[in-house]
Write a protein that binds this ligand. Structure first.
Ligand SMILES: Nc1ncnc2c1ncn2[C@@H]1O[C@H](COP(=O)(O)OP(=O)(O)OP(=O)(O)O)[C@@H](O)[C@H]1O
Ligand SMILES: [Mg+2]
Length: 251
C-alpha cells in the first residue's frame, strides 16, 4: 500500500500573551492511497491544526508531517481542500472560481474552461456558471468548493467539516455524491482525509477512523470500519459501529 500522508509524533504548542497552550500532544498516523480516513475528536483537540500542518500553513513545534515521504515544503503532490465555509472568491463567478485554481496547472484557457464545466456538472451546479457566490445557497457554495478542489485532480483531498453548515438533506445528498465520486476509479478524489465531529458521518463514509483525545491530543484508537459498501445507515450493524465509536470517544 502506498503511503500518501504520515504524521510522526506531531506536537503543537501555541504561545499567546497570556499562556502557552498545547493543542496537539503527540499524534502519529498514516493515510494510504485510495483510503478514506477520518479524524474525529472533541472541539479544540487540534484537528484543524493537523490539517493546517499538511497544507503548510503551520509548522509542528516538534515531530513531522510527510507527504508521499517528503517534508511538507518539498513534496510535489497535489492537495485539494474543502473547508466548512466554502472560501470562494466573492468577486469571481462560479466558473471563474474554479478556473482560477487551474491556472498554475493548465496553460490552455479552453482546457481550463472545459475542466471547470466538467466538474461543475459532476457536482450538480451546471447552469450556475455566471452566478456569484453571494447568490448561492450554502449547499451550492459547498458544491462549488468541492468542484474546485476536485478539478485539480488532487492526490489527496482534505475535507475539514465540509457538511457542517448545511441542512440535513443537503448534507446527506452531498455526502452521497462525494462517495460516488470517490468510489468511481475514473474520477478524483482517490484518497481522502476528512475531519468531523459527526460520528454517523464518519462511520458512513470512512474506511478507517483516527480517534483523538481531548487537548493535548493523542490518538486514542484507530478503528477500521469494516462495513460493506454501499453502506446502509439504517441497519443494526451500522448503529453498533456508531455506538462502538461513541464509547471509545467517551471512556
Ligand atoms: N493560531 C493560534 N494561536 C493560538 N491558539 C490557537 C491557534 N490556532 C488554534 N489554537 C488553539 O489550539 C487548539 C486547537 O485548535 P483547532 O482549531 O486545531 O481545533 P479543532 O480540533 O479543529 O476544533 P474544532 O473541532 O472546534 O474545529 C484550540 O484550543 C485553539 O484555541
Ligand atoms: Mg477545526
Amino acid at each position: 500500500m502506498q503511503e500518501i500522508l504520515s504524521f510522526e509524533h506531531a506536537h503543537m504548542e501555541y504561545s499567546t500573551k497570556r499562556a502557552k497552550l498545547v493543542s496537539v500532544g503527540d499524534v502519529s498516523f498514516k493515510v494510504n492511497q485510495n483510503e478514506f480516513v477520518t479524524l474525529i475528536g472533541p472541539s479544540g483537540c487540534g484537528k484543524s491544526t493537523l490539517i493546517n500542518m499538511v497544507l503548510g500553513l503551520v509548522k509542528p513545534s516538534s515531530g513531522s508531517v510527510l507527504i508521499s515521504g517528503k517534508p511538507v515544503d518539498q513534496h510535489t503532490s497535489r492537495i485539494g481542500v474543502v473547508f466548512q465555509n466554502a472560501a470562494l472568491f466573492p468577486w469571481l463567478d462560479v466558473q471563474h472560481n474554479i478556473e482560477v485554481v487551474l491556472e498554475p496547472i493548465m496553460r490552455n484557457k479552453e482546457e481550463r474552461t472545459a475542466t471547470a464545466l466538467k466538474f461543475m456538472k459532476m457536482v450538480g451546479i451546471d447552469g450556475f456558471e455566471r452566478a456569484y457566490p453571494k447568490e448561492l445557497s450554502g449547499g451550492m457554495k459547498q458544491r462549488v468548493s468541492i468542484a474546485r478542489a476536485l478539478a485539480t485532480s488532487p492526490d489527496l483531498l482534505i475535507l475539514d467539516e465540509p457538511f457542517v453548515g448545511l441542512d440535513v438533506f443537503s448534507a446527506q445528498a452531498l455526502r452521497e455524491e462525494l462517495l460516488d465520486l470517490w468510489e468511481s476509479p475514473e474520477t478524483p478524489p482517490h484518497t481522502v482525509l476528512m475531519v468531523t465531529h459527526n460520528v454517523d458521518e464518519a462511520v458512513q463514509l470512512s474506511d478507517r477512523l483516527i480517534i483523538l483525545s481531548r487537548r493535548p491530543s493523542h490518538v486514542i484508537s484507530e478503528m477500521k470500519i469494516d462495513l460493506g459498501r454501499p453502506r446502509n445507515t439504517r441497519v443494526p450493524e451500522f448503529y453498533q459501529k456508531v455506538d462502538e465509536v461513541v464509547s471509545v470517544m467517551s471512556p
